[in-house]
Structure formats: C-alpha cells, structure tokens
Design a protein around this ligand. Structure first.
Ligand SMILES: CC(C)(COP(=O)(O)OP(=O)(O)OC[C@H]1O[C@@H](n2cnc3c(N)ncnc32)[C@H](O)[C@@H]1OP(=O)(O)O)[C@@H](O)C(=O)NCCC(=O)NCCS
Length: 179
C-alpha cells in the first residue's frame, strides 16, 4: 500500500463525525483505545466554542496532503506537573488508513509544531506494552522509550502496564537559540 503524506490542520465541522464515530463505534478504536460508549456530540460542543484549540486537550485533524482526506487526529494536553513545560500527546488513525506511515508522520509533525509554537521542553506519550504499532510509530517519530509503568491503563477488564516515551527540545536539531 502506498505511503500517505499527511499534514495537520484545525478541525472543520464536517470532520466532527469522526469523534461521533469514536464515541459510538468500537471498531474505530479497538483494541487499545476503546473505553466504552461515551456521549456523541461532546467534541461538537467544544468545537463550536473554540475549534478544539482553546483548551486542553487540544486537537488537530490529520489529513492527506493534496486530497485533504481525514485520516485521524492528534491531541495534546498539559499535565499537572510540570504544567506548561511538557505536553502529553495522543493519536488515532482510522483503521482503513493504518500501516501507511500516517501515525508516525502525524506525531512527528505534532512534535515539531509544539516545539515551534510553545515553549515546552518535553513532549511525551504513554502506550500499552502490547501496542506495538504505537511504540514503533513513536520511535519512528524520534521518541525514546524511557521506562515501564505498572498498571496504568484499564482496558478490556484488567489493568495493563505501559511504556513511557519522551522527546525533549534538545533532541531536535535547530531548536537551540540562534547566535
Ligand atoms: C498506533 C497508530 C497511531 C500507528 O499509526 P499507523 O499509521 O498505523 O503507523 P505507521 O504506518 O506510521 O507505522 C509506524 C511503524 O509501526 C509499524 N507498525 C504499524 N502497524 C503495526 C502493527 N500492527 N504491528 C507492528 N508494527 C506496526 C510500522 O511498520 C512502522 O514501523 P517502521 O517505522 O519500523 O517502518 C495507529 O495504529 C492507531 O491509530 N491505532 C489505534 C489508536 C492508538 O493505539 N493510538 C495510540 C494510543 S497510545
């Protein structure tokens, strides 16, 4: 299958159907991201207020370059400590578009976007030890595996361990002050 060339852009109203699907259709997020049915329309309300960019979690659509086909989303949020210094990120690519490079590319684009537009020093993600696709995608995006946390994710009836992956500003060349 041909690799996908993707870019990030704000959500439009017609893209919101993807979040409704996420809330009501397990097939979109199984096996790792399905946490049960949630209210459809939740993101629609937020989008009407701030385009999903005014408060944490922030969201951008992942779309194909050229065709502008919606293939998923990335999100990021502040964590309690250290607050504005670090972003935790997440990603979902629709099942029919997986395995074509979009997940890795989207997370790399998000890292570059966050280091370019915010003063954060660190971007990180936690993913279940069984989620090999996300581990490979994070590694391909430049993240380093930093450790294993026990019992962080509850899914399909039991608690599961996760790996933490991180990337810091110094890992990205060209992010140093000019001079
Ligand atoms: C995880 C996810 C974002 C990866 O996106 P993707 O577009 O399918 O992945 P990519 O095509 O960019 O592949 C990235 C790497 O993972 C590997 N990979 C992809 N799917 C894989 C799978 N099912 N098993 C093992 N490796 C896999 C690719 O070969 C590639 O490796 P390489 O860099 O060594 O060539 C996507 O599968 C997804 O949305 N899953 C459901 C939601 C989810 O789990 N999100 C993460 C929550 S923490």
């Amino acid at each position: 299958m041909a690799r996908l060339s993707v870019r990030l852009r704000p959500f439009t109203e017609r893209d919101l159907e993807l979040f409704d699907r996420f809330a009501t259709d397990p097939a979109l997020s199984e096996p790792f991201e399905w946490v049960g049915f949630t209210p459809a329309g939740r993101y629609r309300k937020r989008w009407e207020q701030d385009g999903l960019l005014g408060a944490s979690p922030y969201c951008l659509a992942v779309v194909t370059v050229g065709g502008d086909a919606l293939v998923g989303w990335v999100d990021w949020q502040e964590t309690a400590r250290p607050g504005p210094g670090a972003w935790e990120i997440g990603v979902l690519i629709v099942p029919e578009m997986r395995g074509r490079g979009a997940g890795a590319a989207a997370q790399r684009l998000l890292v570059e976007y966050l280091f370019s537009t915010t003063t954060a020093f660190r971007v990180w993600a936690a993913t279940e030890v069984e989620n090999v696709a996300e581990q490979r995608a994070l590694e391909r995006s430049g993240f380093t595996q930093e450790g294993r946390l026990r019992g962080t994710h509850f899914r399909d009836g039991r608690w599961r361990d996760s790996f933490v992956y991180g990337i810091v500003r110094d890992d990205i060349s060209g992010s140093q002050p000019e001079g």
